[in-house]
Design a protein around this ligand. Structure first.
Ligand SMILES: [Fe+2]
Length: 357
């Protein structure tokens, strides 16, 4: 059985904070896995630049696997999503990025509106990525799914009392609800989703009702929110499930693990599903190689690793992650990522108009 040696991160001549250099192609003999992108040989030896809003060490391992399988080297720049969009726009044609990876449908749509993606056609991606999780023009494709669900402390709020997002506006939760602030794109996308599903009037009164139920000023991130619910300082909150999974796994420390054991995760029916995704940049001169990387990340083997890194859901099913299995199944609501992104501005306005700070 061949032993595959993965390259170690090294400094990049362009000064990018992290670069993954490829192993010599000779060392790769026998290291190709089941994935072999069509035409992989043509791009072997090329180096593609990836700008990514994701920050997980396991992502780097996947890029190394991609290099081992295709001979295409990857240099990686990680940053905040919005800063990466700005950087790509200002770099224009000179940008070293061939692939842009972003978190949240709203940011993918924003990046397409800024013209930083190039539309591509790929029968592999059209097969692997459900239509509602990719751009109709082929500018971006989902790689993972993320669900914004409800966590409750069963000592304060009966889990069975929450069946839908609408239930969070029930006056029975007065003083018990905690929320992250309205600057969170996760909340903006959830409100956009509800705008699409329930219309403006119902969504406005839902937001107003939730704001009236707040027991504390809005939080600035999800983990402290889930921690406060686990520790009984809040009765219910909205969080992305991967934060709860991270806490349960012990990765966030023993205190958060203990807090997570005290809370109950409830999937509203139907559940709002967001994505992380990627597209080929408008500036890329290596479109075939860039496309191959996205195809690899969207493939069942690549996708499992990409989703698993952050306890997210793969594109098609619920995967094999034991913590996600513990959460049980959820019923996606069917709103497309593109629709959600297009409603971002309306969602933000509605949140502000109804007191969600
Ligand atoms: Fe997140």
């Amino acid at each position: 059985m061949p032993v595959c040696i993965h390259p170690r991160p090294s400094a990049h001549p362009l000064g990018l904070p992290l670069a993954i250099s490829a192993v010599g192609l000779a060392a790769l003999a026998g290291c190709a896995g089941p994935f072999k992108a069509p035409g992989a040989g043509d791009s072997a030896g090329q180096t593609i630049g990836v700008y990514s809003g994701r920050h997980y060490n396991t992502d780097k391992e996947l890029y190394r696997q991609f290099t081992a399988r295709t001979g295409i080297k990857v240099t990686l720049l990680e940053g905040k999503d919005d800063a990466l969009i700005e950087r790509l726009s200002s770099e224009g044609k000179r940008s070293p990025a061939d692939v842009l990876v972003l978190v949240d449908a709203a940011r993918l749509v924003k990046a397409s509106e800024r013209g930083v993606f190039r539309p591509i056609r790929s029968s592999v991606l059209e097969r692997q990525v459900p239509a509602r999780l990719r751009d109709a023009q082929g500018r971006w494709f989902a790689l993972t799914r993320r669900v914004r669900a409800v966590v409750v402390n069963p000592k304060l709020v009966p889990p069975a009392s929450i069946r839908s997002y609408a239930d969070l506006a029930d006056p029975a939760l007065r003083g018990k609800l905690c929320l992250r602030d309205s600057r969170s794109v996760y909340n903006q996308s959830l409100v956009a989703d509800q705008l699409i599903r329930r219309g403006e009037a119902a969504t406005a009164s839902w937001v107003k009702g939730m704001v009236a139920n707040l027991g504390q000023p809005p939080f600035t991130s999800d983990i402290p929110l889930a921690r406060a619910v686990g520790q009984g300082r809040c009765g219910a909150a909205l969080v992305n499930t991967y934060y709860v999974a991270r806490m349960l796994s012990g990765q966030a420390g023993a205190e958060d693990q203990a807090a997570a054991e005290q809370l109950r995760l409830v999937f509203p029916v139907p559940a709002h599903v967001n994505i992380s995704g990627a597209g080929v940049t408008a500036s890329s001169g290596k479109v075939a190689a860039a496309k191959q990387l996205i195809e690899f990340l969207a493939s069942p083997s690549g996708g499992e690793g990409y989703a698993g890194a952050n306890n997210e859901y793969p594109l098609q099913d619920e995967g094999n992650n034991p913590i996600l299995k513990r959460f049980g199944p959820f019923q996606p609501d069917g709103v497309s990522a593109e629709q959600m992104g297009a409603k971002n501005k309306a969602a933000v306005q509605l949140m502000h108009a109804n007191g969600w700070r």
